[in-house]
Each structure stands twice: as C-alpha cells, then as structure tokens.
Write a protein that binds this ligand. Structure first.
Ligand code: ASP
Ligand code: MG
Length: 402
C-alpha cells in the first residue's frame, strides 16, 4: 500500500456535479488499496471572482488581506469534497494548509513553502481516512495565512508528495497532458507521453500554464514521480520524470509562448562593479521577479541593460527603476508591455547544433523581428512584438514539430 497524492484544479471541481465526479475518482483510488491525499484548487473561477471584488474596493489592497480572502476559495472546495466522499461511504477529512503542516515564508501572495510537518496527515491516513488538503495556502511564522502564487495548488500537491514520500503525484486538469504547444493556438499540437523535469520546468516557466514552475522544481529536487492527466477521461496523460540519456532526446519537445511579459531598458548605465547589483536588488526587494537580463558591449564606459518582468509587475517596477536610474547616474529608461516571449524547449538541443539558427530563420521567414534573445542549455527564447506571438508559435511548431 502506497501513498497517492491527487491534485484537482479549479475546472475539475467547478460545480457540484464535477465535485461528485472527482469524489468517485478518489474513492476508486482508495479502493485500489492506496492511501489517498487529495489537494484541491478553488471551484472554477472563484479566485478571479474574489480578486474582482477586491478591485471594486481598492487598487492597493494589503497583501496580507488578499491572502486571507483568496484562501477561502480552497476551503469551500475541500469541505464540499469531504462531504461528497463521505456520502459515498468513505471517511474523509478536510484540512487547511495550516492543519496540514504547511509552513511558508512571509511573502504574502507569493509565499514559498519552507517546511511541511506531515504528522497530522499521516495520523488521519492511519485512521483509514481520505485526506483532503486545501491547495495554494500555508501559514507563516506569524501564524498568518499566506498563498503560494496563482496556480499554487500544484506546488502544494508536489510538496506534500515529497514530504509524504508518496509513490505518485497525479495532477488532474482539463487537458490530457502536456502538449507540444498550446492546442488552442496550434491545432496540430500533440500530447507528449513523457517530458523531462528540466523540459517541463522550462515549459512551465515559459508560459505553458499546465503546471506552476515551483511545483516542477520541487518534483525535480525530490524526484517526485509526476503525471499530468485529465479529470474528464481515463487517458494516460503525460509522465514527468528524469531522462536517462540526452542522446535520445528530441532537439525540440515543445514551443511555449507567454504574453504576460513587459520589457524595461535602462540607458547609459555606468560600467562599474556593483551597479547591476544595485538595480536588481532594488527590484528584488519589492518582490519583483526579473526574467531575461541582457547587457551589451560597453562603449565610452557606459552600457544599456534591458530586462523583462511579468506584465503585472510593471507598475510596481517603474518607480523602483526611476529611483535607481537617478542613483546610478544612468541617462534614462523606457518600457514596453506589448511584447511576448516565444520559446523552443528540448533536452536534445545540447547535442544538436544549429537549433537556434533554425528558430531565427523560421521567425525571419514570417517577417517577425526579434527584440531580445536568451538561451539555456535546453531552450531558446525570443522577445517579439505581442501581435506576432500566435504567428510565431505556428511557424516554430511547423519548423520543429510539424
Ligand atoms: N485557486 C488558486 C488560483 O487560481 C490556486 C490554484 O488554482 O492552484 O490561482
Ligand atoms: Mg485555479
């Protein structure tokens, strides 16, 4: 008998009929002899609806209060699920993040899990109960509720699977698994049977919204076997795991795109040690995540530094950059939030030269201008104008996957 963690996203528990559907699936896992821990998101669009209410009151809500509010969504779904499972004749108990022993840092709205004390969950499992845990939430050192960032229930599930040494973590969603591109944009996108942790991490970070990147990081670090599958059918889904040999990997497994991008450029940055530190620690202090950073060739002791952030962080970033520009004596800055990032990802890229060149060729053939480029061992990303994003995805899919 092993421990099985099953996570169901908001669309899988959007109404009572769907909650009952999930309850039956959970009971089936239990009947197969496993100890089952279920992690749930809030029902349907609950989290967005709660945020709409916030906007009716203020554009500057205290982050602590956002977390207090948003965490209620998951508490509704776990209580209803426990009742639905009880109705089917199986004992179930719902637990908040705190009750489940999930401890986070103090970063409201983007908390990071520091530690999990799984004793309560283990005790409930021992008593033969199905345990239903509220995703997306934890507790900080002040005993305040924190949330883990949008899509954070994935991270709850994987972190719990790691802490409980579960045999498998199943992420149930409304699609059949991980695709070679977003099927809503690329009609020829294919479902992958397998993807490596590293590829998945890149895909998730690059905007393929199937899994929260932090969840993939946890899965990789703790070698949690992960499967992504649909809650609406019994198809096998996509397995996420470690690759045995890069030689056998596809040069490009998938094409990702992200419209949630803004770019900021600082001009004539003095070329001295400590300046980059000054810029990026000021941004970090405001909890602004920076993605790509590009610095060019120095001319006359000065340099331009361009970087990207999430579009939603731009408003917060502007005053920070304004202040830093003054402090370091740069000549000014510009920003643009009508950009997008398109990327190709593949573990086999390492052993296949020319992949980047093929990407640039495919974009050039469509007349798409590249504004920034960044690479890792297994991905190439380009910043382009937002209006070309879809055309770019289609062209890259045609070039590398068909
Ligand atoms: N309900 C939260 C959200 O929509 C957490 C989650 O769904 O994973 O972001
Ligand atoms: Mg959700």
């Amino acid at each position: 008998m092993g421990i099985r963690v099953q996570k169901f996203g908001g669309s899988s528990v959007a109404n009572i009929a769907l909650i009952n559907n999930v309850a039956r699936r959970v009971v089936k896992a239990k009947e197969e002899g496993d100890q089952v821990v279920v992690v749930l998101s809030a029902m349907g669009d609950t989290t967005d609806e709660l945020l709409d209410k916030v906007r009716e009151i203020t554009s500057h809500p205290p982050a602590r209060e956002i977390d207090m509010l948003l965490s209620t969504g998951e508490q509704v779904s776990i209580a209803l699920m426990a009742m639905a499972i009880n109705e089917l004749g199986y004992p179930a108990v719902s637990l908040t993040g705190y009750q489940a022993g999930i401890q986070t840092d103090n970063a409201y709205t983007k908390g990071r899990i520091l530690n999990i004390e799984p004793e309560r969950i283990l005790r409930e499992l021992e008593q033969d109960k199905i345990v239903i845990v509220a995703g997306f939430q934890g507790m900080n050192q002040n005993n305040d509720i924190t949330t883990l960032g949008r899509g954070g229930s994935d991270t709850t599930a994987v972190a719990l699977a790691a802490a409980l040494k579960a045999d498998i973590c199943e992420i149930y969603t409304d699609v059949d698994g991980v695709y070679t591109a977003d099927p809503r944009i690329e009609p020829r996108a294919k479902k992958l049977d397998f993807i490596s942790y590293d590829e998945m991490l890149e895909m998730a970070s690059l905007g393929a919204l199937v899994l929260q990147p932090r969840a993939v990081e946890f899965a990789k670090n703790y070698s949690v076997p992960l499967v992504i599958r649909s809650s609406f059918n019994n198809n096998a889904g996509t397995l996420v795991g470690e690759v045995e040999s890069v030689e056998n990997c596809r040069p490009v497994s998938g094409v990702a795109h992200d419209l949630n991008v803004a770019k900021i450029g600082i001009f004539d940055v003095p070329d001295r040690p400590g300046i980059a530190k000054k810029i990026f620690s000021a941004l970090a202090q405001e909890q602004i995540n920076v993605d790509m950073i590009i610095q060019g060739w120095v001319r006359d002791g000065r340099n331009d530094i361009v970087f990207t952030t999430a579009r939603g962080d731009l408003e917060k970033a502007i005053p920070v950059v304004e202040k830093v520009v003054e402090e370091i004596g740069a000549s000014g800055f510009v920003y643009n939030d009508r950009v997008a990032k398109v990327s190709i990802v593949g573990a086999g890229m390492i052993t296949n030269p020319g992949v980047a060149a093929d990407m640039f060729k495919a974009l050039a053939n469509q007349g798409i201008n590249i504004e920034m480029i960044s690479t890792s061992e297994i991905k190439v990303s380009c910043i382009i104008a937002e209006e070309h994003a879809l055309k770019a995805v289609n062209a890259l899919h045609e070039e590398f996957i068909k």
